[in-house]
Design a protein around this ligand. Structure first.
Ligand SMILES: Nc1ncnc2c1ncn2[C@@H]1O[C@H](COP(=O)(O)OP(=O)(O)OP(=O)(O)O)[C@@H](O)[C@H]1O
Ligand SMILES: [Mg+2]
Length: 332
C-alpha cells in the first residue's frame, strides 16, 4: 500500500551487536508510505532492538536506516521530529490525568500551544477517551492506558508511528478494539505504522509482515501471501499413542508429523480429502481430528521448524533454529 511511491522507512543491512552477541544480524527491508508494517517473532528475536535503532534510541553497530527520509545516525533530530513512539513498557505518568499526559508530551515536542487542545481532543476522540480526559491515569484499565499511549504518540502529528508490542498483555477483545483504532488512524492520517508483535492474530492486521527469528528476517510479505505459500493444510489428530501414530503416518502415508502442544500434527495438501483416507487406512486408532488452513504459525514453522509458542518457551530452540538455517535445514 505504497500510496505515494516513496519510502517511509529504508533499512539496509542493519546490525546490532552487544559484546559478542548479534541481536540483529544485518536486516534489510523497506516500508512504503501509508503502510502498516509488522515485525512478528518470538521473545528475543530482535524486534525491539530493530525498532530502537529506527527510533534513534539505540545506535546500529553497522548498516544504514532512513526514516521519513532522514538517516537514523547522522540526522537523529530530524528522525525524532517525524516519528511517534509507543514503547513495549508503559511510560505514562500515573499521577497525571489523561489530558495532562498529552500536554506534557506536546510541550516536549514543541507543539504550538494554540494547537495543543484541539489536537488532544482529536486524538482522544480517536481512541475513545475524550470523556475520560480528566481521569487520573492510575485509575485507568490496561486497555485504556494503551489507547492513551497511542493517542500520546500521535500528539505531534508524526509521519511514522512506531508501536512496540502495542497490545501486550491485553485481552483479545481489547486488542481487537485497539487494532480497529490503529487501522482507522492509518486511514484518517495517512501515516505509516511500524509495529512489533508476537501475536499471530495481530500480525494479520498488517499490510505486510516480516517474520523475525534469532536476529534475522526469515520471510517478508503480505500475511495472505505468506499463508498461501505454505501450500499445505494443517491436520491435527488425537490418539492414545502419539509415537505410534507418528511412526504409522510416516510408514503408511509418507507424512512427517510432530507433536505440538500434546497433539500429533502434520501438513498435507488437500486436508479434507486426506482425512477420509486416514480413517479408512490408518492402523492406529484416532479419537479426534481437525483440519485447518495454514496460519501464520504454520508459516513460522515452515521457515524455522518450530511454533512461535514453543520458541517462546524454550530459548535453546532459538539457537537450534539458527543452526538449522546455517546448515540449510527448515524450509531454505
Ligand atoms: N542492552 C542489551 N544488552 C545485551 N543484550 C541485549 C540488550 N538488548 C537486547 N539484548 C538481547 O538481544 C536479543 C534481542 O532482544 P529484543 O529485545 O530485541 O527482542 P524482542 O524480539 O523484542 O523480544 P520480546 O518479544 O521479548 O520483546 C535478546 O537476546 C536480548 O537479550
Ligand atoms: Mg521486544
Amino acid at each position: 500500500m505504497d500510496v505515494t511511491g516513496t519510502r517511509a522507512i529504508t533499512v539496509d543491512n542493519l546490525l546490532k551487536r552487544y559484546g559478542d552477541f548479534e541481536a540483529v544480524k544485518g536486516v534489510s527491508f523497506e516500508v512504503g508510505q501509508g503502510e502498516v508494517f509488522g515485525f512478528l517473532g518470538p521473545n528475543g528475536a530482535g524486534k525491539s532492538t530493530t525498532i530502537n535503532m529506527l527510533c534513534t534510541l539505540t545506535r546500529p553497530t553497522s548498516g544504514r536506516a532512513e526514516v521519513a527520509g532522514h538517516d537514523v545516525v547522522s540526522a537523529r533530530d530530524d528522525v525524532r521530529r517525524n516519528i511517534g513512539l509507543v514503547f513495549q513498557d508503559p511510560t505514562l505518568d500515573g499521577y497525571l490525568t489523561a489530558l495532562q499526559n498529552l500536554r506534557l508530551h506536546a510541550e516536549l515536542y514543541g507543539v504550538e500551544s494554540a494547537l495543543v487542545l484541539p489536537r488532544a481532543k482529536q486524538v482522544l476522540q480517536m481512541v475513545g477517551l475524550w470523556d475520560r480526559r480528566d481521569g487520573v491515569v492510575q485509575t485507568f484499565s490496561g486497555g485504556m492506558r494503551r489507547r492513551l499511549e497511542i493517542a500520546r504518540g500521535l500528539m505531534h502529528s508524526p509521519r511514522v508511528l512506531f508501536l512496540d508490542e502495542p497490545t501486550i498483555g491485553l485481552d483479545p477483545q481489547t486488542r481487537r478494539s485497539i487494532w480497529t483504532y490503529i487501522r482507522e488512524l492509518q486511514e484518517r492520517e495517512q501515516i505509516t505504522i511500524f509495529m512489533t508483535t508476537h501475536y499471530m492474530d495481530e500480525a494479520e492486521w498488517c499490510d505486510r509482515i516480516a517474520i523475525m527469528d534469532a536476529g534475522q528476517i526469515v520471510a517478508l510479505d503480505a500475511p495472505e501471501t505468506l499463508k498461501a505459500g505454505v501450500g499445505t493444510d494443517r491436520v491435527t489428530i488425537q490418539t492414545d499413542d502419539n509415537e505410534a501414530a507418528i511412526a504409522a503416518l510416516a510408514a503408511d502415508f509418507g507424512v512427517e508429523a510432530r507433536i505440538v502442544e500434546g497433539h500429533v500434527t502434520f501438513g498435507v495438501a488437500g486436508g479434507e480429502t486426506f482425512v477420509p483416507r486416514l480413517f479408512s487406512e490408518f492402523s492406529v486408532p484416532v479419537t479426534g481430528v481437525s483440519v485447518s488452513r495454514p496460519t501464520l504459525d504454520d508459516v513460522f514453522m515452515s521457515y524455522t521448524g518450530s511454533t512461535i509458542r514453543d520458541a517462546e518457551e524454550d530459548p535453546a530452540k532459538a539457537r537450534n533454529r539458527t543452526m538449522m538455517r546455517m546448515m540449510g535445514g527448515a524450509r531454505r
